[in-house]
Design a protein around this ligand. Structure first.
Ligand SMILES: Cc1cc2nc3c(=O)[nH]c(=O)nc-3n(C[C@H](O)[C@H](O)[C@H](O)COP(=O)(O)O)c2cc1C
Length: 324
């Protein structure tokens, strides 16, 4: 997730467990081939066989509209070590759509086909494979089958479907029954996505859609223990202390990597904002951190909070690999 799920977040989530793979933030492909360092910035895991330190595979995501240029980026990512290249046909952001990337392409299934086919052709000469992610449509669902067919015929091996249109934005509900309809015509696996905040949502989505695999989005940031709780079928919500401890480990590691205080403060506030949207009440902590002017103040508040009762200390990394 762009601006949110960096390599540090992927590391923490895969340490807690329950995820089969992670996806990078998207690389925007516009006019020219990006240099190697841009690939490494988005996906430092390229240096470690495209896996997090715990061995969870990381897929490299591209976003753009020029088939040949996207294919050149897919090939470069593969040559740099990406095992799976994912194409984004779901981003609703205005700036991205204005430049003909993301969900806007769902209005032109022919172009989607050309993009997927061009990328899959170059990847055939590498060990990497191609996947894609789409929404149900741009304004409505009338082209959903055309887009699915374009992606399947183009050579993608798997498709994540965020069960909303671009116009739906992130408004609930997600229309999981569409996942079932797509599965009925699909030869490639469909991974369901949208509005999974709890174990119950996960179970209901699997039941309605029939999808074997589900992709978690905001729900996993609101509760980084969710994937592990799903795996263990553990209904116990994390406490505020559990959430603070996870956030602290992430921020402390970023601090060790010499991220500036401004970044740490912004990330801490941003992540707490996402936690606030989840099922565990953190309003007081959120309000207190919101007013922090420096990172030290935020760290002190998070440390106080993390000292409270925890249910999931055992899911977090050992101090040796976690907090220094
Ligand atoms: C801040 C933010 C950034 C996102 N960035 C990406 C992205 O880079 N690539 C992508 O495929 N989806 C991205 N998404 C979409 C999510 O991956 C997911 O499909 C969407 O939020 C629906 O799932 P959810 O309801 O469980 O959150 C982003 C969503 C948000 C809220």
């Amino acid at each position: 997730m762009e601006g949110v799920v960096d390599a540090g977040v992927r590391q923490l989530i895969s340490e807690i467990g329950g995820v089969d793979f992670c996806v990078t933030e998207f690389m925007r492909v516009t006019t020219e081939l990006q240099p190697r360092r841009a690939f490494m910035r988005i996906c430092p895991e390229l240096l470690t066989a495209s896996q997090t330190p715990q061995g969870t595979p990381v897929h490299f995501q591209l976003l753009g509209s020029d088939p040949q240029l996207l294919a050149a980026h897919a090939e470069k990512a593969a040559r740099l070590g990406a095992q799976v290249i994912d194409l984004n046909f779901g981003c609703p952001a205005k700036t991205v759509n204005r430049h003909k990337g993301g969900a806007v392409l769902l209005q032109t299934p022919e172009l989607i086909h050309d993009i997927v086919a061009a990328c899959s052709k170059v990847l055939a000469t590498t060990p990497a494979r191609l996947t894609a992610k789409m929404r149900l449509g741009y304004e409505d669902t009338h082209q959903v089958y055309d887009n699915h067919r374009a992606i399947e015929a183009g050579g993608a091996t798997e498709l994540v479907v965020h069960a909303r249109t671009k116009t739906d934005g992130y408004k609930p509900p997600a229309h999981w029954h569409w996942l079932h309809r797509l599965r009925e015509v699909s030869r490639i696996p469909i991974i369901g996505n949208g509005e999974i905040w709890s174990i119950e949502d996960y179970q209901e989505c699997r039941k309605v859609s029939g999808c074997r695999d589900i992709m978690l989005g905001r729900g996993l940031l609101a509760d980084p223990y969710l994937s592990r709780r799903i795996l263990d079928d553990n209904p116990q919500l994390p406490s505020q202390a559990d959430l603070s401890a996870a956030l602290l480990i992430y921020l402390r590691r970023m601090q060790l990597k010499e991220c500036p205080d401004k970044f740490l403060l912004a990330r801490g506030k941003q992540w707490l904002g996402m936690i606030k949207k989840g099922l565990v009440p953190v309003d007081h902590l959120f309000d207190a951190v919101k007013t922090c002017r420096d990172a030290g103040q935020m760290f002190r508040l998070l440390e106080q909070s993390a000292a409270g009762e925890r249910h999931y200390a055992h899911y977090l990394p050992e101090p040796a690999t976690g907090l220094a």
